[in-house]
Design a protein. Structure first.
Length: 343
Protein backbone atom coordinates (compact mmCIF):
# COMPACT_ATOMS: atom_id res chain seq x y z
CA UNK A 1 0.00 0.00 0.00
CA UNK A 2 1.45 3.36 -1.06
CA UNK A 3 0.83 6.44 1.05
CA UNK A 4 1.80 8.93 -1.69
CA UNK A 5 3.89 11.04 0.66
CA UNK A 6 6.36 13.68 -0.47
CA UNK A 7 9.36 11.79 0.83
CA UNK A 8 11.89 14.44 -0.13
CA UNK A 9 9.98 17.13 1.68
CA UNK A 10 9.76 14.88 4.74
CA UNK A 11 13.53 14.30 4.56
CA UNK A 12 14.20 17.94 5.48
CA UNK A 13 14.10 16.56 9.02
CA UNK A 14 14.36 12.86 9.81
CA UNK A 15 14.88 10.72 12.90
CA UNK A 16 17.75 8.28 12.56
CA UNK A 17 17.36 4.51 12.67
CA UNK A 18 18.57 3.53 16.16
CA UNK A 19 18.84 -0.09 17.26
CA UNK A 20 16.66 -1.00 20.27
CA UNK A 21 15.17 2.49 20.25
CA UNK A 22 13.23 3.43 17.12
CA UNK A 23 10.78 0.55 17.24
CA UNK A 24 7.16 0.96 16.21
CA UNK A 25 6.05 2.29 19.61
CA UNK A 26 8.77 4.92 19.65
CA UNK A 27 7.78 5.96 16.14
CA UNK A 28 4.14 6.42 17.11
CA UNK A 29 5.30 8.73 19.90
CA UNK A 30 7.50 10.70 17.52
CA UNK A 31 4.72 10.99 14.97
CA UNK A 32 2.46 12.61 17.55
CA UNK A 33 5.10 15.34 17.96
CA UNK A 34 5.72 15.93 14.26
CA UNK A 35 3.33 15.14 11.45
CA UNK A 36 5.95 15.97 8.82
CA UNK A 37 9.35 14.52 9.81
CA UNK A 38 10.56 11.33 8.15
CA UNK A 39 10.84 8.41 10.56
CA UNK A 40 13.09 5.36 10.17
CA UNK A 41 12.83 1.85 11.51
CA UNK A 42 15.61 0.17 13.38
CA UNK A 43 17.94 -1.59 10.98
CA UNK A 44 16.41 -4.85 9.76
CA UNK A 45 18.82 -7.33 8.20
CA UNK A 46 18.01 -8.78 4.82
CA UNK A 47 18.97 -12.31 5.96
CA UNK A 48 16.47 -12.09 8.84
CA UNK A 49 13.69 -11.26 6.39
CA UNK A 50 14.63 -13.53 3.52
CA UNK A 51 16.20 -16.55 5.20
CA UNK A 52 14.68 -16.20 8.64
CA UNK A 53 11.16 -15.28 7.53
CA UNK A 54 11.01 -12.59 10.22
CA UNK A 55 8.61 -10.37 8.31
CA UNK A 56 6.98 -9.35 11.62
CA UNK A 57 9.98 -6.98 11.90
CA UNK A 58 8.28 -4.90 9.20
CA UNK A 59 5.04 -4.45 11.16
CA UNK A 60 4.06 -0.84 11.69
CA UNK A 61 1.07 1.40 12.24
CA UNK A 62 -0.37 3.41 9.36
CA UNK A 63 -0.05 6.54 11.51
CA UNK A 64 3.74 6.32 11.36
CA UNK A 65 4.03 7.52 7.75
CA UNK A 66 6.07 9.08 6.19
CA UNK A 67 8.17 6.07 7.11
CA UNK A 68 11.38 4.50 5.80
CA UNK A 69 12.79 1.07 6.50
CA UNK A 70 16.53 0.58 6.85
CA UNK A 71 18.02 -2.67 5.58
CA UNK A 72 21.36 -4.21 6.44
CA UNK A 73 23.02 -6.59 4.06
CA UNK A 74 25.65 -7.00 1.38
CA UNK A 75 24.23 -9.55 -1.05
CA UNK A 76 22.43 -7.91 -3.99
CA UNK A 77 19.98 -10.76 -4.58
CA UNK A 78 19.09 -11.02 -0.91
CA UNK A 79 18.68 -7.26 -0.58
CA UNK A 80 16.44 -7.25 -3.65
CA UNK A 81 14.25 -9.95 -2.10
CA UNK A 82 14.12 -8.03 1.17
CA UNK A 83 13.23 -4.83 -0.69
CA UNK A 84 10.24 -6.58 -2.28
CA UNK A 85 9.03 -7.51 1.21
CA UNK A 86 9.46 -3.90 2.38
CA UNK A 87 7.51 -2.57 -0.58
CA UNK A 88 4.73 -5.08 0.08
CA UNK A 89 4.65 -3.92 3.70
CA UNK A 90 3.94 -0.37 2.55
CA UNK A 91 7.11 1.58 3.33
CA UNK A 92 7.74 4.92 1.64
CA UNK A 93 11.51 4.43 1.27
CA UNK A 94 14.06 1.63 1.55
CA UNK A 95 17.45 2.66 2.95
CA UNK A 96 20.70 0.69 2.87
CA UNK A 97 22.90 0.85 5.97
CA UNK A 98 26.49 1.68 5.07
CA UNK A 99 27.34 3.24 8.40
CA UNK A 100 26.85 0.88 11.35
CA UNK A 101 30.20 -0.04 12.96
CA UNK A 102 29.07 -2.82 15.31
CA UNK A 103 31.02 -6.07 15.46
CA UNK A 104 27.90 -8.05 14.59
CA UNK A 105 27.40 -6.02 11.43
CA UNK A 106 31.07 -6.24 10.47
CA UNK A 107 30.97 -10.02 10.81
CA UNK A 108 28.25 -10.00 8.18
CA UNK A 109 30.45 -7.80 5.95
CA UNK A 110 27.87 -5.04 5.82
CA UNK A 111 27.28 -1.71 7.53
CA UNK A 112 30.24 0.69 7.67
CA UNK A 113 32.65 -1.92 6.32
CA UNK A 114 30.96 -1.42 2.93
CA UNK A 115 32.52 2.05 2.74
CA UNK A 116 35.61 0.14 1.56
CA UNK A 117 33.72 -1.40 -1.36
CA UNK A 118 31.60 1.20 -3.17
CA UNK A 119 31.30 -1.08 -6.20
CA UNK A 120 29.52 -3.69 -4.10
CA UNK A 121 27.25 -0.99 -2.67
CA UNK A 122 26.42 0.09 -6.21
CA UNK A 123 25.54 -3.49 -7.14
CA UNK A 124 23.35 -3.77 -4.03
CA UNK A 125 21.40 -0.58 -4.62
CA UNK A 126 20.98 -1.36 -8.31
CA UNK A 127 19.35 -4.67 -7.41
CA UNK A 128 17.25 -2.97 -4.72
CA UNK A 129 16.03 -0.32 -7.17
CA UNK A 130 14.97 -3.00 -9.65
CA UNK A 131 12.89 -4.57 -6.87
CA UNK A 132 11.52 -1.36 -5.38
CA UNK A 133 8.65 -0.72 -7.82
CA UNK A 134 9.24 3.01 -7.81
CA UNK A 135 9.82 3.38 -4.05
CA UNK A 136 12.96 5.42 -3.46
CA UNK A 137 16.13 3.55 -2.49
CA UNK A 138 18.59 5.59 -0.41
CA UNK A 139 21.89 5.12 1.41
CA UNK A 140 23.07 6.15 4.87
CA UNK A 141 26.85 6.21 5.17
CA UNK A 142 29.81 7.60 7.10
CA UNK A 143 32.43 9.96 5.67
CA UNK A 144 34.86 7.04 5.71
CA UNK A 145 36.33 4.27 7.83
CA UNK A 146 39.62 3.75 9.61
CA UNK A 147 42.61 5.20 7.73
CA UNK A 148 40.71 6.22 4.61
CA UNK A 149 41.31 9.78 3.45
CA UNK A 150 37.70 10.89 3.62
CA UNK A 151 38.34 13.90 1.40
CA UNK A 152 39.15 11.44 -1.39
CA UNK A 153 37.09 8.33 -0.59
CA UNK A 154 33.76 10.02 0.21
CA UNK A 155 33.35 11.76 -3.16
CA UNK A 156 34.47 8.58 -4.91
CA UNK A 157 31.88 6.63 -2.93
CA UNK A 158 29.09 9.11 -3.80
CA UNK A 159 30.11 9.11 -7.45
CA UNK A 160 30.12 5.32 -7.75
CA UNK A 161 26.89 4.69 -5.84
CA UNK A 162 24.95 7.54 -7.43
CA UNK A 163 25.89 6.17 -10.86
CA UNK A 164 23.84 3.11 -9.88
CA UNK A 165 20.77 5.30 -9.49
CA UNK A 166 20.74 6.49 -5.89
CA UNK A 167 20.06 10.22 -5.68
CA UNK A 168 19.54 10.61 -1.93
CA UNK A 169 22.17 10.01 0.75
CA UNK A 170 22.37 10.69 4.47
CA UNK A 171 25.94 11.24 5.58
CA UNK A 172 26.98 10.80 9.20
CA UNK A 173 29.71 13.41 9.43
CA UNK A 174 32.15 11.14 11.31
CA UNK A 175 34.44 8.33 10.32
CA UNK A 176 33.74 4.88 11.70
CA UNK A 177 36.71 3.19 13.34
CA UNK A 178 36.13 -0.52 12.85
CA UNK A 179 39.05 -1.50 15.06
CA UNK A 180 39.67 -0.04 18.50
CA UNK A 181 36.38 1.74 19.15
CA UNK A 182 33.06 0.34 20.35
CA UNK A 183 29.83 1.27 18.54
CA UNK A 184 29.06 3.67 21.40
CA UNK A 185 32.49 5.29 21.12
CA UNK A 186 32.01 5.56 17.36
CA UNK A 187 29.09 7.88 18.01
CA UNK A 188 31.24 10.38 19.91
CA UNK A 189 35.00 9.99 19.56
CA UNK A 190 35.67 10.39 15.83
CA UNK A 191 35.49 14.14 15.20
CA UNK A 192 32.64 15.65 13.27
CA UNK A 193 33.57 17.09 9.89
CA UNK A 194 30.62 19.20 8.81
CA UNK A 195 32.70 21.22 6.29
CA UNK A 196 33.54 18.04 4.36
CA UNK A 197 29.86 17.10 4.10
CA UNK A 198 29.02 20.65 3.04
CA UNK A 199 31.64 20.39 0.30
CA UNK A 200 29.94 17.22 -0.93
CA UNK A 201 26.74 19.18 -1.43
CA UNK A 202 28.67 21.73 -3.49
CA UNK A 203 30.39 18.97 -5.46
CA UNK A 204 27.19 16.98 -6.08
CA UNK A 205 24.44 19.61 -6.43
CA UNK A 206 22.19 17.12 -8.24
CA UNK A 207 22.10 14.79 -5.21
CA UNK A 208 19.77 15.21 -2.23
CA UNK A 209 22.13 15.11 0.75
CA UNK A 210 21.19 15.05 4.42
CA UNK A 211 23.65 15.53 7.25
CA UNK A 212 23.70 13.53 10.48
CA UNK A 213 25.76 13.65 13.67
CA UNK A 214 25.80 15.95 16.68
CA UNK A 215 22.74 18.01 15.71
CA UNK A 216 20.99 18.72 19.00
CA UNK A 217 18.41 21.47 18.45
CA UNK A 218 16.05 22.97 15.91
CA UNK A 219 18.40 25.93 15.66
CA UNK A 220 21.21 23.54 14.71
CA UNK A 221 18.95 21.92 12.12
CA UNK A 222 17.92 25.24 10.59
CA UNK A 223 21.56 26.28 10.34
CA UNK A 224 22.46 23.07 8.51
CA UNK A 225 19.52 23.52 6.14
CA UNK A 226 21.14 26.70 4.88
CA UNK A 227 23.59 24.37 3.11
CA UNK A 228 22.12 20.86 3.11
CA UNK A 229 18.90 19.41 1.72
CA UNK A 230 18.05 17.59 4.92
CA UNK A 231 19.03 16.98 8.53
CA UNK A 232 18.87 13.69 10.40
CA UNK A 233 18.75 13.79 14.20
CA UNK A 234 19.58 10.85 16.44
CA UNK A 235 19.98 10.59 20.18
CA UNK A 236 18.37 13.94 21.01
CA UNK A 237 15.15 12.68 19.41
CA UNK A 238 15.16 9.78 21.83
CA UNK A 239 16.44 11.31 25.06
CA UNK A 240 14.80 14.73 24.69
CA UNK A 241 12.19 14.29 21.95
CA UNK A 242 10.07 17.33 22.78
CA UNK A 243 13.11 19.57 22.32
CA UNK A 244 13.67 18.57 18.71
CA UNK A 245 10.29 17.32 17.44
CA UNK A 246 7.67 19.53 19.07
CA UNK A 247 7.76 22.68 16.98
CA UNK A 248 9.65 21.04 14.11
CA UNK A 249 6.66 21.24 11.78
CA UNK A 250 6.52 24.97 12.29
CA UNK A 251 10.28 25.68 12.27
CA UNK A 252 11.34 23.30 9.50
CA UNK A 253 8.26 22.68 7.38
CA UNK A 254 6.43 25.99 7.68
CA UNK A 255 3.29 24.65 9.33
CA UNK A 256 0.94 27.33 10.66
CA UNK A 257 -0.87 25.11 13.13
CA UNK A 258 -0.18 25.33 16.85
CA UNK A 259 2.29 22.65 17.97
CA UNK A 260 1.15 20.20 20.64
CA UNK A 261 2.45 20.36 24.18
CA UNK A 262 4.26 17.42 25.73
CA UNK A 263 1.14 16.82 27.82
CA UNK A 264 -0.95 16.74 24.63
CA UNK A 265 1.38 14.09 23.21
CA UNK A 266 1.17 11.88 26.29
CA UNK A 267 -2.63 12.17 26.30
CA UNK A 268 -2.70 11.23 22.62
CA UNK A 269 -0.57 8.16 23.35
CA UNK A 270 -3.05 6.75 25.87
CA UNK A 271 -5.53 5.21 23.37
CA UNK A 272 -2.61 3.60 21.53
CA UNK A 273 -1.25 2.25 24.81
CA UNK A 274 -4.65 0.80 25.71
CA UNK A 275 -4.89 -0.98 22.36
CA UNK A 276 -1.43 -2.46 22.74
CA UNK A 277 -2.08 -3.59 26.31
CA UNK A 278 -5.25 -5.28 25.12
CA UNK A 279 -3.08 -7.23 22.68
CA UNK A 280 -0.92 -8.50 25.54
CA UNK A 281 1.93 -5.98 25.48
CA UNK A 282 3.48 -4.83 28.75
CA UNK A 283 3.33 -1.14 29.57
CA UNK A 284 7.11 -0.78 29.88
CA UNK A 285 7.54 -1.79 26.23
CA UNK A 286 5.98 1.53 25.25
CA UNK A 287 6.70 3.87 28.16
CA UNK A 288 10.45 3.22 28.08
CA UNK A 289 10.44 5.44 24.99
CA UNK A 290 8.54 8.20 26.79
CA UNK A 291 10.85 8.81 29.75
CA UNK A 292 12.55 11.85 28.22
CA UNK A 293 9.51 13.73 27.00
CA UNK A 294 9.45 16.14 29.96
CA UNK A 295 13.23 16.63 30.19
CA UNK A 296 14.07 20.00 31.70
CA UNK A 297 10.64 20.45 33.22
CA UNK A 298 9.68 20.59 36.90
CA UNK A 299 8.53 17.10 37.89
CA UNK A 300 10.45 15.32 35.13
CA UNK A 301 12.40 13.21 37.61
CA UNK A 302 9.21 12.08 39.34
CA UNK A 303 7.65 11.27 35.95
CA UNK A 304 10.61 9.06 35.08
CA UNK A 305 10.69 7.38 38.48
CA UNK A 306 6.97 6.52 38.56
CA UNK A 307 7.14 4.98 35.09
CA UNK A 308 10.47 3.23 35.58
CA UNK A 309 9.39 1.62 38.85
CA UNK A 310 5.81 0.83 37.94
CA UNK A 311 5.55 0.07 34.23
CA UNK A 312 7.09 -3.41 34.52
CA UNK A 313 4.55 -4.56 37.12
CA UNK A 314 1.74 -6.90 36.17
CA UNK A 315 -1.44 -5.01 35.39
CA UNK A 316 0.25 -1.63 34.92
CA UNK A 317 -1.76 0.51 32.52
CA UNK A 318 -2.74 4.02 31.52
CA UNK A 319 -3.62 4.91 35.11
CA UNK A 320 0.07 4.72 35.93
CA UNK A 321 0.90 7.04 33.03
CA UNK A 322 -1.68 9.52 34.28
CA UNK A 323 -0.27 9.28 37.79
CA UNK A 324 3.23 9.96 36.48
CA UNK A 325 2.00 12.89 34.40
CA UNK A 326 0.26 14.42 37.43
CA UNK A 327 3.69 15.27 38.80
CA UNK A 328 4.53 17.50 35.81
CA UNK A 329 2.67 20.82 35.73
CA UNK A 330 0.84 21.71 32.53
CA UNK A 331 2.43 25.13 32.46
CA UNK A 332 5.99 26.00 33.40
CA UNK A 333 5.74 28.63 36.14
CA UNK A 334 7.20 32.07 35.48
CA UNK A 335 10.69 32.38 36.82
CA UNK A 336 10.75 33.97 40.27
CA UNK A 337 12.93 33.69 43.39
CA UNK A 338 10.71 30.95 44.80
CA UNK A 339 10.49 28.94 41.57
CA UNK A 340 11.83 25.41 41.95
CA UNK A 341 14.15 24.61 39.02
CA UNK A 342 13.49 21.69 36.71
CA UNK A 343 14.79 18.41 38.00
Amino acid sequence: MSYNVDIRKAARLSVAPMMDWTDRHCRVLHRLMSREALLYTEMVTAPALVRGGATYLLDHDAAEHPLAVQLGGADPKELAAATKLCVAAGYDEVNLNVGCPSDRVQSGTFGAVLMRDPRRVADCVSAMKDAAQGIEVTVKCRIGVDDQLAEETLPAFLDTVSAAGVTRFTIHARKAWLQGLSPKENRDIPPLDYPLVHRMKAAFPHLHLSINGGIASLDDAQEQLQVMDGVMVGRVAYHDPAKILIGADQAIFGATTEPPTAHDVVEAMLPYIERQLANGLRLHTITRHMLGIFNGRPGARKWRRVLSEGATRNGAGVALVREAMSHVPDRIPDQDPDHIPAD
